[in-house]
Ligand binder design. Structure first.
Ligand SMILES: Cc1cc2nc3c(=O)[nH]c(=O)nc-3n(C[C@H](O)[C@H](O)[C@H](O)COP(=O)(O)O)c2cc1C
Length: 225
């Protein structure tokens, strides 16, 4: 077994890498997502599901505006992974250095991608550490002759220092999510309502702090993201 072999059937480097962008009032935001799947067979009524963290600025904005653009990154756009996946839009303007156009709703559109879909949120479920967002696709465009970027490509295309930062962030996010789910489920009776934790206001920013986490050298980490 190679050292990159999955230790779980859920560790899958074959996921494509997307950037979801959105706008609410005067603010724009965007982040990397990989937990994306089709959610309808009907070609004229396409639906998708995104699994996103309530901590992220983009998630908060997306749930308020209920509209977004999902871009599939091309292989040569690997440099956009740290731009959109390492920092928060609360701290940096991720679009500042990019040639970005706005669609008719003012949502940033990235160029050079494999394609994009415009989505409208239909419903979301609060899973505690993650929101499961169901959206309908209203427009779609595919770029001919482009190759998607996959999670498995990251380990051999990003500089070692960036990979280290991504791995450190991954572990901080795990600890943050663990702390969040423990906070939300505390006090609920075992086996009763503990699977769907109660949150007063799903769009309120999360305040749970991440714990320090010792970083190993597990190269499979990114395949879980
Ligand atoms: C490879 C990779 C995959 C990711 N997949 C997801 C995902 O599916 N869902 C999610 O909520 N965050 C995901 N993230 C994390 C966010 O992209 C990241 O925390 C981002 O900085 C949030 O930015 P924001 O606060 O501006 O929204 C992923 C990050 C990376 C690097």
């Amino acid at each position: 077994m190679s050292d990159l072999s999955p230790v779980s059937i859920l560790d899958d480097g074959d996921r494509a890498i997307y950037v979801v962008t959105t706008r609410h009032q005067d603010s724009t935001s965007g982040m990397i997502v990989t937990w994306v799947t089709s959610a309808s067979l009907i070609p004229e009524r396409k639906r998708i599901v995104l699994v996103v963290s309530p901590h992220h600025a983009t998630t908060q904005m997306l749930l308020q505006s209920r509209t977004f653009v999902l871009h599939q990154l091309a292989r040569e756009q690997v440099h956009l992974v740290p731009t959109f996946g390492l920092f928060s839009s609360r701290e940096v303007d991720k679009f500042a250095q990019l040639a970005v156009q706005l669609d008719d709703r003012g949502i940033p559109m990235l160029s050079g991608t494999c394609g994009w879909v415009r989505g409208n949120v239909v419903a979301h479920m609060d899973g505690g550490d993650r929101f499961i967002v169901l959206a309908e696709v209203d427009t779609e465009e595919v770029t001919a002759n482009t190759q998607p970027l996959f999670v498995r490509d990251l380990a051999h295309t990003l500089p070692g220092e960036v990979l280290k930062q991504l791995e450190e962030k991954y572990h901080r996010d795990v600890e943050r999510d663990r702390a969040l789910i423990q906070t939300l489920t505390r006090g609920s009776r075992r086996g009763q309502d503990s699977l769907i934790p109660k949150r007063e206001d799903p769009t309120a920013p999360c305040t749970t702090r991440a714990a320090a986490y010792p970083i190993g050298s597990d190269r499979r980490t990114l395949q879980r993201w």
